[in-house]
Write a protein that binds this ligand. Structure first.
Ligand code: SF4
Length: 234
């Protein structure tokens, strides 16, 4: 397990909780718009934090922070994730997991053991564009798509608070795509869209964000049919 970062405070990432964020290294996707691309490759471990340091910090924040967000990278590629979460819970923190949904077995285990309180699952795109949006070649990746569909079902059937979310950009997403994703997850589900933002970490600087006008149009069109869908930041 490589803990690559600790953000000591967030008021926005874990709904209803004052929390910190742990960043685990390693991801099975290579999304061209990834804001944490330095966390994708697990072999480059020049800059990591000892687990003991993290737990020293958490012990000092007991009673101050309510929750811990575990993100990445993709946290579920870390096989020790369930034990890590159990140790965090044993200190009295609530846990939010950010995931790309490719490990339904681990997701189910975490839910069955009641180790997590909130899940935010990425839906990268419609099935036909999933691999290019996640930076993967289709060959050999079909199982991942099946896994993502299983994770959607697991979350929908769970009684754990959760949301689905998509980072959108002009290069990959049309309004029809977003409607199709809405249908896939179900209109009763909480679904957030977040606009692409360029940064030094993004792998493809030719990607293009939507303008504010375009975002408003997307938001209004989708809300007519899918009232639980929201563009973040509008
Ligand atoms: S799944 Fe998340 S961490 Fe992994 S490459 Fe995509 S955006 Fe980055």
């Amino acid at each position: 397990m490589i803990i690559a970062g600790l953000q000591k405070l967030t008021l926005t990432d874990f709904p209803g909780n004052v929390a910190c964020i742990l960043f685990l290294k390693g991801c099975n996707f290579r999304c061209p718009y990834c804001q944490n691309s330095e966390l994708i490759d697990r072999n480059i471990d020049d800059n990591y934090i000892l687990k003991e340091e993290v737990f020293d910090f958490l012990k000092k924040r007991q009673g101050v922070l309510e929750g811990v967000v575990i993100t990445g990278g993709e946290p579920t590629v870390t096989k020790e994730l369930p034990e890590l979460i159990k140790e965090i819970r044993d200190l009295g923190f609530r846990v939010k997991l950010d995931t790309n949904g490719t490990n339904p077995q681990m997701l189910k285990e975490l839910l069955d053991k009641k180790y997590i309180d909130y899940v935010a699952m990425d839906i990268k795109n419609v099935k036909s564009k999933y691999f290019e949006t996640a930076g993967l070649s289709k060959k050999g990746s079909e199982q991942l798509l099946e896994n993502i569909e299983k994770s959607i079902k697991i979350l929908k059937q769970s009684n754990i608070d959760h949301e689905f979310r998509t980072t959108i950009m002009k290069n990959y997403h049309t309004i029809d795509d977003l409607e199709e994703i809405n249908k896939l997850i179900g209109k009763e589900e909480k679904y957030f869209l977040q606009n692409f933002e360029d940064s030094e970490y993004v792998l493809d600087h030719k990607l293009e964000a939507f303008s504010e006008e375009e975002l408003k149009e997307i938001n209004n069109k989708l809300k007519e049919k899918f009232p639980n869908t929201q563009v973040r930041g509008l």
